[in-house]
Design a protein around this ligand. Structure first.
Ligand code: PAF
Length: 287
């Protein structure tokens, strides 16, 4: 695996690659979720490029940019083991040579709700860096995790609207044995918060059982999810929403494909999780 730090060197290297390029954009602090994306990108392409860049413009002023976990030695080891061919690790000046860029990518609608409410500007920063990285790497496919469901919808819309010639492949959320969705921010949790955090996946499972038992009223499902989280954790709930998987608009009834997404705040960390309910006429559901 080659570690490359400049756009120029990356482009030079990629110009000699024969076959498909699969791309995994990341902010580092690799866990099994990232590695599963890398393994899939490697399996399906001649060359797997992983970018590691903690993108300052997607963090709000009171967010965790300064303390965001960074461990390049460990990330290099994990990316190599997962089969990455290139680890692209630019510094901030390489990506934003004149400081904050003058060009941003703003999307309407899909960035307004869910995490967009408490993180204004976050998806503008995400869309802008992903567009830049797509222009730099020019991959055939890009691999994203379902854990960041709103990010996936935002990037899909941007790719469609701006005609980026890239296929987006969404991979399942990887979970700890007790159900907690893997996230770089889980390491902020205190031992007690970590134990309580299993309530999130438990609440999403409860939603699945309610739908299996015939419940289709989104409000009733949301109330049950909130109750379970409030009963079992000290976290405050930022949102629990049932939305359409395609445009993230709130739905009142569970029919068609529905994303149930939630965000909670523990004193040490903000966590998100989600599940997709596929509801067909014969009432079979799947995650
Ligand atoms: O999901 C992330 O790690 C980031 O939002 C991404 C897509 C790498 C953009 O900085």
């Amino acid at each position: 695996m080659k570690v490359i730090r400049t756009v120029r060197a990356l482009r030079k290297h990629l110009s000699s690659v024969k076959g498909f390029v699969g791309f995994v954009p990341t902010m580092g602090c690799f866990h099994e979720g990232h590695c599963s994306l890398m393994r899939r990108a490697k399996k399906e392409n001649a060359c797997c490029v992983v970018s590691l860049f903690v993108n300052p413009i997607q963090f709000g002023p009171s967010e965790d940019l300064a303390r965001y976990p960074r461990d390049l030695a460990n990330d290099t080891r994990r990316a190599r083991t997962a089969g990455a061919d290139i680890l692209f690790v630019p510094d901030v000046a390489e990506i934003y040579p004149s400081g904050e860029p003058l060009t941003f990518i703003d999307l309407k609608g899909v960035t307004d709700g869910l995490c967009g409410v408490s993180r204004p500007g976050h998806f503008r920063g995400v869309a802008t860096i992903v567009a830049k990285l797509l222009n730099i790497v020019q991959p055939h496919s890009m691999y994203l995790g379902q854990k960041d469901a709103q990010q996936v919808v935002v990037i899909r819309k941007m790719v469609d609207d701006l005609n980026f010639p890239v296929k987006i492949i969404v991979c399942p959320t990887v979970r700890e044995p007790d159900g907690l969705a893997m996230s770089s921010r889980n390491m902020y949790l205190s031992p007690s918060e970590r134990a309580q955090a299993t309530a999130l996946s438990k609440a999403l499972k409860l939603a699945h059982s309610m739908v299996s038992a015939g419940e289709s009223d989104a409000t009733k499902i949301i109330i049950k999810i909130k109750k379970l989280i409030l009963d079992e954790t000290s976290a405050s709930i930022e949102y629990v929403s049932c939305v359409s998987t395609s445009d993230l608009r709130a739905v009142r009834r569970i029919s068609g494909d529905v994303l149930i997404a939630l965000a909670v705040r523990f004193p040490s960390a903000r966590l998100i999780d989600n599940t997709v309910i596929k509801f067909s006429d014969d009432k079979k559901i799947s995650r």
